[in-house]
Design a protein around this ligand. Structure first.
Ligand code: SF4
Length: 359
């Protein structure tokens, strides 16, 4: 833990909202502060404050000290779109350094869910996704991932109870910050969101799935499968050229052995590409022995490719082909259809506007 403070100190100010309570204790030791202050400061930081003076029960000298050594990571609302159909909210956030990310807040019967980004851009280059079009710019810090939740909570006066790490970026490519975020977000003196209410989606970084299993966290691991055949999967998802389906399924089996958690497979249905009976049969074969759920997502068109979503009959037919084989398969409800809620499209538009303004 020491390393985190020292490392940041050498480069710039400390990212205070990314600190664990123990690290804040250590920081405040330099001010001879009593131990209870660390918990108070931690609670303020995790509530999403944007100004040190919001810490009303912290002495002014201590606030000034924190201001002198650290900074408050923030996600400023640049754009907010609210669906008139179902109340889904899509945010375009501006980070402290001027980069943009997106989040989506969705209301379900069981609570309010946020889909968070974990990187600015994404290095994975999946063909059906706007986020991967221009590659990755940088990792998000744990505080920037957290801030997507606290900003939405404050803006709408709500309490988000579920998190899906399925926005812009590959969470396991940003492994250390993802683990730090998971620890912070589930801390009882912080946002206190139970790990069972968190889903982490990966394109299939096998080495990182193995590493994640060592933490044995009760989160839901969600694998972006999209094709059970190496040839098609490699075309849709370049990651498959490094980690093929056989190695991915072995990692899933090993992960399940350690954690005992059901795995979710995400499957973007693309008309005429991966929606035939042959594909359903192969999904059945490769997932044999894995306790899992298949989440069918009719693909969202991106202007850079000509993928189309299958019509309703084809979508239901594919679901039936899976359930008939004993697989648990559901079709994801489309939320925010009127605000173009698919991942990466707002950010991409903003980047294009910025480029036009420079030219
Ligand atoms: S689908 Fe996920 S992993 Fe693939 S490019 Fe988009 S954000 Fe990255």
């Amino acid at each position: 833990m020491r390393c985190f403070i020292k490392r940041v100190n050498r480069i710039s100010k400390i990212d205070l909202k990314s600190l664990y309570i123990e690290e804040i204790e250590e920081l405040l030791k330099q001010e001879n502060a009593p131990k209870f202050r660390a918990k108070q400061v931690y609670k303020w930081l995790q509530s999403g404050i944007t100004d040190f003076d919001e810490m009303t029960n912290i002495p002014k000298d201590m606030r000034n000290y924190l201001r002198s050594v650290g900074y408050l990571a923030d996600t400023k609302i640049e754009r907010k779109l609210v669906s008139s159909i179902d109340g889904t909210i899509k945010y375009l956030y501006k980070l402290n350094d001027g980069e943009y990310i997106e989040s989506v807040v969705m209301k379900y019967e069981h609570g309010i869910t946020v889909c968070v980004s974990t990187e600015v851009g994404c290095p994975m280059g999946c063909k059906f996704c706007a986020s991967g079009l221009d590659g990755k710019v940088r990792d998000l810090t744990a505080s920037e991932i957290l801030s997507q939740i606290t900003t939405a909570n404050r803006d709408n006066n709500i309490r988000i109870s579920n998190v899906v790490m399925m926005g812009i970026g590959e969470p396991l490519d940003n492994f250390d910050n993802t683990i730090r975020f998971l620890k912070l977000v589930s801390e009882k003196d912080g946002l206190n969101i139970g790990l069972r209410h968190i889903s982490l989606s990966t394109s299939g970084l096998v080495n990182r799935i193995n590493e994640l299993s060592r933490y044995n966290l009760p989160i839901t691991l969600s694998i972006s499968l999209h094709s059970p055949f190496d040839k098609t999967r490699s075309e849709i998802m370049p990651v498959n050229k490094k980690w093929n389906i056989a190695s991915l399924m072995t990692a899933c089996r090993d992960y399940q052995k350690v954690t005992g958690r059901r795995i979710s497979f995400e499957y973007a249905l693309i008309d005429g590409v991966n929606d035939s009976e042959e594909y359903a049969e192969e999904i059945y074969k490769i997932t044999r022995g894995i306790m899992c759920h298949i989440n069918l997502i009719p693909v969202n068109p991106v202007k850079e490719n000509d993928y189309k979503k299958p019509n309703k009959d084809k979508i239901f037919r594919f679901q039936k082909l899976l359930t008939r084989r004993g697989l648990n398969a559901t079709i994801r409800r489309t939320l925010g259809a009127d605000i173009n809620a698919s991942c990466g499209q707002l950010r991409q538009k903003k980047e294009e506007e910025n480029i036009e303004n420079i030219q």
